[in-house]
Design a protein around this ligand. Sequence first.
Ligand code: COA
Length: 200
Amino acid sequence: MAEARILASADVDERALIGEGTTVWHLAQVREDAAVGRDCIIGRGAYVGPGVRLGDRVKLQNHALVYEPAVLEDGVFIGPAVVLTNDMYPRSADVDGGLKRPGDWDALGVTVREGASVGARAVVVAGLTIGRYALVGAGAVVTRDVLDHALVVGSPAKRIGWVGRAGEPLKDEGEGHWLCPRTGEKYVEIDGRLSRARDA
Ligand SMILES: CC(C)(COP(=O)(O)OP(=O)(O)OC[C@H]1O[C@@H](n2cnc3c(N)ncnc32)[C@H](O)[C@@H]1OP(=O)(O)O)[C@@H](O)C(=O)NCCC(=O)NCCS
């Protein structure tokens, strides 16, 4: 497998791990102790915070900001200018007036599960989980956990449908059955949650 490709203007800390086949584009920053998997793309100007974990085949588009201690599983797509936040009640200084340092507050990372995508310029509030193969629409503000396969849009983000593994909205076949028009995969909805049908 190809070695990692790190462009000269990228700023990758020597304590970060970058997997084989991964490209880190111009002006991206990968902080200390971050672990980036194989065959990832870290776009121009993207930021990966200290200790952040990225699986394999993850794409961070240009200027995506991934604050620690986020965890992105395999196959995750993070659109341009997305922000995965880590501080629910941010303050620059404490009540004594002193500058707050990393040890002065508890960072809460976002988790993005396998195969999920976050659309351009969306913001995800600290500590939330985006479920497997979910799709967050462009510009959304995610304020609650997102279910597996959910398609959510808006501010605050609400579910408007389901998407399959291919990312396309599923077609309602009635009585809790859903179909992917692209792949023909079948899904079932039980108690408000979607999963792949056993015979799909
Ligand atoms: C969310 C998304 C997948 C919906 O696509 P779609 O299934 O074709 O949906 P439609 O265009 O039929 O829209 C369905 C409804 O949702 C609304 N909607 C669609 N995208 C929306 C968004 N990002 N935010 C808010 N509302 C949105 C539409 O206005 C429409 O509302 P209506 O029924 O009241 O008219 C798509 O709009 C999107 O945001 N994709 C992500 C694009 C992106 O960021 N890519 C990153 C790489 S550049």
